[in-house]
Write a protein that binds this ligand. Structure first.
Ligand SMILES: [Mg+2]
Length: 451
């Protein structure tokens, strides 16, 4: 059985990183960024910081007690022709900035591709030097080889977001569960970037044409692990694994042939266990089988939630109604006979770099905090006169804690525009409705993921 609620409980109680630790991480990254910007060694070269890896993809999991979790971010430096001759110069300047710092000096250590700042027993933050060159090439610096390595961090995040969207946002959760099985159950060994890439590659849009192949966490877990197992079994040797956002970069050096073979065999053992738990015909049998996969953290029961009222059951992306939230269905009859498109511009370029601006325009909806967003009705098939309504719905723990979930629906005064500032990390959305003769005839939703 699927036991979807049980999976919700495992994720919340055991697997997900606590909200307070994520907030601490935000604060720490902001302070490190300030220190880098102020450092003489970098002399005003810091252009921006870009989250990446599990932090950007929301796949960080809670570490075992006393162990640290890992978060990565890129610090983008302006290009310097002289430094290009000796790529290490960029990385050394970042290291000097931190190692000379009163606070970070004692916490910083050098790695090949980053400087690691360690907060003992809690987390370490890897700061990777990143340069976007005048010719558009994006690189990080390998200090050890003194060479640039091609990368495309925003592209990787876009790729991941797209795969996540194809799975109805279940991919992130499945990757967290797999990391839990790796770190706490010894189910397999594999670097996170390889796991994320292979599982993401397995996601296929055509499989979900009926909308149920990736419909919830347990179904997505079953299908991704079985499909991964089938793919791995078809590989005679370690497969070529390209960086999905940067085809010239391969991940082949990140693992050995024997690591590949061990991973393939581990997944071949795991897949039937998940199938057995999923197919078990009684709740008790299914719980017992899921506990053989996840161990005793898989709950033996869940408290059933109170029934939701009919109106609150109106489908929202968060599944729960915010205190002031309204739904268009409660205000007008909805008969979607027309279309409306909404454009989102980021302006003026409050430190937003070229790559991020391009990513936003491409509809990735991935926006760093503290930018201004301008939404505008770009076009609609509705013939005037009509009214436009806007709804901004925030989600995420930060917005929830600050009681800023919003969700009210407001009428546009005629400018067909809405300005928003990005304040809280989370998956938010802006919705636009066109109402003609008292009927909502078109709607459009723009996701806004603030990182
Ligand atoms: Mg790291």
């Amino acid at each position: 059985m699927k036991l979807t609620q049980y999976f919700g409980k495992v994720l919340t109680d055991t697997v997900n990183l606590n909200a307070s630790r994520l907030e601490d991480l935000d604060t720490r990254v902001a302070r490190i960024t300030e220190a880098l910007k102020a450092a003489g060694a970098l002399d005003g070269r810091v252009l921006d910081t870009v989250p990446q890896g599990s932090w950007a993809h929301e796949t960080i999991i809670r570490p075992a007690a006393g162990l640290e979790f890992d978060a990565d971010f890129l610090v983008q430096l302006s290009e310097d022709e002289a430094w290009n001759e000796n790529p290490r110069s960029y990385a050394n300047a970042v290291y000097s900035a931190l190692s000379d710092h009163a606070i970070y000096g004692g916490m910083s250590s050098k790695k090949d591709r980053c400087v690691r700042v360690t907060y003992a027993n809690d987390c370490h933050i890897d700061i990777i030097t990143y340069v976007v060159m005048a010719n558009g090439r994006q690189v990080i610096v390998n200090r050890n080889t003194n060479q640039f390595e091609d990368t495309n961090p925003v592209g990787f995040s876009e790729w991941f977001q797209e795969k996540d969207r194809l799975t109805n946002r279940n991919l992130r959760k499945v990757i967290r569960l797999l990391k839990y099985l790796r770190d706490h159950q010894g189910a397999f060994k594999l670097k996170s970037v390889l796991l994320t890439t292979m599982v993401g590659n397995i996601v296929d849009g055509w499989r979900d044409l009926d909308g149920d192949y990736y419909e919830d966490v347990p179904t997505t877990l079953l299908h991704l692990v079985e499909d991964l197992d089938r793919w791995l079994q078809a590989q005679r040797a370690k497969p070529h694994l390209a960086d999905p956002s940067c085809p010239t970069t391969s991940f082949n050096h990140r693992w050995t042939d024997s690591q590949f073979a061990a991973f393939r065999d581990s997944i071949h053992r795991l897949a039937p266990k998940i199938r057995e738990a999923f197919d078990a015909s009684t709740v008790d049998d299914s719980i017992a089988a899921w506990r053989r996969v996840f161990g005793p953290v898989f709950p033996e029961s869940v408290v059933t939630a109170a029934p939701v009222s009919a109106s609150a059951a109106v489908k929202s992306s968060t599944g729960r109604r915010a205190p002031k939230e309204r739904f268009i269905e409660e205000m007008f009859p909805v008969q979607l006979t027309d279309t409306v498109s909404v454009r989102c511009d980021v302006s003026p370029p409050r430190e937003l770099n070229r790559v991020q601006r391009r990513a936003l325009r491409a509809g990735a909806g991935l926006v760093p905090k503290q930018r201004d967003l301008h939404f505008a009705v770009e076009g609609t098939s509705v013939k005037g006169p009509y009214d436009v309504y806007w709804k901004v719905r925030n989600s995420g723990l930060e917005a929830e804690r600050k009681q800023f979930l919003r969700g009210e629906i407001t009428r546009d005064a005629g400018q067909r525009r809405k300005k928003e500032s990005t304040l809280y990390a989370g998956n938010h959305y802006v919705e636009c409705y066109v109402v003609k003769n008292g009927i909502c005839v078109a709607r459009s939703r723009q996701p806004v993921v603030i990182i």
